[in-house]
Design a protein around this ligand. Structure first.
Ligand SMILES: NC(=O)c1ccc[n+]([C@@H]2O[C@H](COP(=O)([O-])OP(=O)(O)OC[C@H]3O[C@@H](n4cnc5c(N)ncnc54)[C@H](OP(=O)(O)O)[C@@H]3O)[C@@H](O)[C@H]2O)c1
Length: 330
């Protein structure tokens, strides 16, 4: 018999918005075939948005946020999973309309659950989390579109953030020459340690002016920043190159022209981790446990916090000050 347990609950009713630690019972959890004793979760940009009144992430209140979780199966009504199995669950409706990882227990539909791949611990899986997964999916899509180390220098934007940090690390361990662009002058050492060959300021990618076509500087790019910097970046990609875009940190509008696409054959590749099909998801996690695995995975951890610390730490990610990953130990 599982005793009442701790969870972070966000609620909105008329003008009242709250983010509070609460005791829940197993019966409070939504339907799902797999009951998981959560060991670790993490903080993503989306999780921070889920805990502010107008974040436009949460679909139904009350909700336990936390789009990532990793833990041990307590019971399963699906034969793919047995009691004691170590598992990961990220994205889909988790932490959006289905109770997520900021809870000691989670009940998740089996079709959203991934067995922990051999070669990763539960903690490592949550250091990676959706941010690392998105970086890995970006690299996979670049590979599928013909990008390889011989093609030349690659750019990673938002390089000190969760997605950016993992992209720098994965690409450099695969032998790419990686240029990292950042708004944080103080993080040069951090980016060098991740494997960046060179570091440039954000302003070198986008100085406030977007040219239809600029000097061809990069063979490809991983871009979690989006917005106007992406429009500028597209005009500086080499002939036949690709950009994998996953984010909107700098905005949702993309004021580009068709020229990079029709005169240089540039590919703009959309990256979605949320509804990424399960067969691709399994491939990405397996690569994260093998050739995409970085030697010093703990080096990504900016801080490890408890459930109790979440309300004070979650808002800090919205200020663009994140470096690497914040993980939550349940
Ligand atoms: N498509 C998907 O499935 C998916 C999955 C995960 C995340 N995302 C999205 O990807 C983005 C990044 O996520 P994350 O977890 O890496 O976030 P994060 O850890 O908060 O990192 C974002 C980084 O972007 C840079 N940045 C912030 N404001 C900027 C601005 N105005 N212009 C240019 N760069 C700016 C900063 O890095 P520097 O200071 O180093 O430049 C910051 O650390 C978010 O928009 C998130 O919603 C999408």
């Amino acid at each position: 018999m599982i005793q009442p347990f701790d969870a972070l609950v966000v609620n909105k009713h008329k003008d009242q918005f709250s983010v509070k630690l609460q005791k829940l019972a197993i019966e409070d959890l939504p339907e799902g075939e797999v009951l998981i004793h959560v060991q670790y979760s993490g903080i993503n940009y989306k999780d921070s948005l889920a805990t502010i009144p107008n974040g436009n992430i949460v679909k139904t209140y009350p909700l336990v946020p936390g789009i990532d979780l990793a833990g041990v199966v307590v019971s399963s009504k699906n034969p793919r999973f047995q009691e004691g199995d170590e598992v990961i669950a990220t994205s889909y409706e988790i932490g959006v309309s289905h109770f997520g990882g900021y809870s000691e227990y989670a009940r998740i539909p089996a079709k959203w659950v991934v067995p922990l791949p051999k070669g990763l611990t539960l903690k490592e899986a949550m250091i990676i989390g959706t941010a690392g997964f998105t970086a890995a999916l970006s690299v996979l899509r670049l590979e599928e579109n013909g990008v390889s180390p011989e093609k030349g220098r690659l750019l990673v934007t938002g390089a000190t953030g969760g997605v950016g940090s993992f992209a720098v690390s994965i690409l450099s361990s695969l032998g790419y020459v990686v240029e990292a662009s950042t708004g944080k002058d103080s993080e040069q050492e951090y980016l060098k340690n991740l494997g960046a060959t060179s570091i440039i300021s954000r302003n070198e990618v986008y100085d406030g002016k977007i040219k239809a076509l600029g000097k061809q500087k990069w063979a490809a790019a991983v871009d979690p920043v989006g917005g106007e910097p992406l429009a500028s970046l597209l005009s500086q990609i080499q002939y036949g190159g690709s950009v994998a875009v996953s984010g909107l940190t700098a905005g949702i509008n993309l004021p580009t022209t068709v020229f990079p696409f029709i005169l240089r054959g540039v590919n703009l590749l959309g990256i979605d981790s949320v509804y990424c099909p399960m067969e691709v998801r399994l491939e990405v996690w397996n690569r994260l446990a093998t050739d995409f695995k970085t030697a010093n995975i703990e080096g990504f951890v900016q801080q490890e916090i408890s459930l109790q610390q979440l309300p004070e730490v979650l808002p800090t990610l919205l200020k663009g000050q994140a470096r690497g990953r914040t993980i939550v130990k349940l």
